[in-house]
Ligand binder design. Sequence first.
Ligand code: SF4
Length: 80
Amino acid sequence: MVFQQSPFTNKVFGDIEAKSLLSIISNQTFQEYWNIPKDKIEVCKDCEFRYVCNDGRIPLKRDDEVYYFEESCTYDPYKN
Ligand code: SF4
């Protein structure tokens, strides 16, 4: 059984029947997105749910170091 980071990516980080979960999640590539809080992502940084949101989309980084998502969330924090 393979271990995917998110249903929004096809990246596979290991077989959890062959490796320990700790070794899989310790992988530098796996941890690439761990330290990107919603506070650093466009739109999400203004959302009142940013600290509880479990959105699994993969953020992309612009040249100015700001992250964004290619697809919009179904919730618009600017209209609520
Ligand atoms: S609900 Fe949507 S806008 Fe708010 S933090 Fe989650 S993904 Fe971002």
